[in-house]
Design a protein around this ligand. Sequence first.
Ligand SMILES: CC(C)(COP(=O)(O)OP(=O)(O)OC[C@H]1O[C@@H](n2cnc3c(N)ncnc32)[C@H](O)[C@@H]1OP(=O)(O)O)[C@@H](O)C(=O)NCCC(=O)NCCS
Length: 182
Amino acid sequence: MVDLKTTFVRALTGLGPAAAEPALRPLRGTALTPALLALTIASGWSSRFRRDPCLPAAKADALYEIWIRRSLAGEIADQVFAWCDNGSDQPLGFVTIALREDMGSIGLIAVAPAARGRGIGASLVDAALRHASAKGAQRLEVVTQGANQEACRLYQRCGFTLAQRSRVFHVWADLEAAATSP
Ligand SMILES: CC(C)(COP(=O)(O)OP(=O)(O)OC[C@H]1O[C@@H](n2cnc3c(N)ncnc32)[C@H](O)[C@@H]1OP(=O)(O)O)[C@@H](O)C(=O)NCCC(=O)NCCS
């Protein structure tokens, strides 16, 4: 078992008026930077790809790099927001948002370790909620891991409720042995 897949959902009602947030930068269409790649890889620390001892870490990192590149290109995300402190271009956090019919979803989200506990995570979730709502979605969902308590707490604090929990198993077939066995 590699994951207790945990899905949270929130209806996009009662959001109230958005305060202008100069720290938020839309990144769709921009090039991937080393800082954003580092945040992306941090976002997957408790994913099933990282927890599976049969999967080399470099392969898991490569998967996340493809995920953020395709998100920035608008292929698998509608928008990517970065959080940059005043006067800085260095992203301290980011979130990707995808849209499918009336459902929005957070794909990737992370805040740099030194910047955690300042409310940046909650602000990024709020940006995702408002973006999805502005694009006509009725609900926003996010999938995380049961082991990721910080993320579960964040989503619940932001008004999400638990929608589903399921165990995920990876089964590795020994193809070489199977090919040589009589
Ligand atoms: C999950 C994650 C994005 C949260 O980001 P964050 O910026 O630390 O989130 P917040 O600051 O909004 O909230 C974190 C805590 O700080 C507290 N906090 C928020 N603003 C605060 C402030 N101004 N002063 C003191 N504490 C504050 C919150 O109440 C919260 O406490 P809790 O965890 O005990 O409930 C971050 O931990 C992270 O990047 N983790 C690694 C990547 C990851 O797991 N991503 C999720 C994949 S699904």
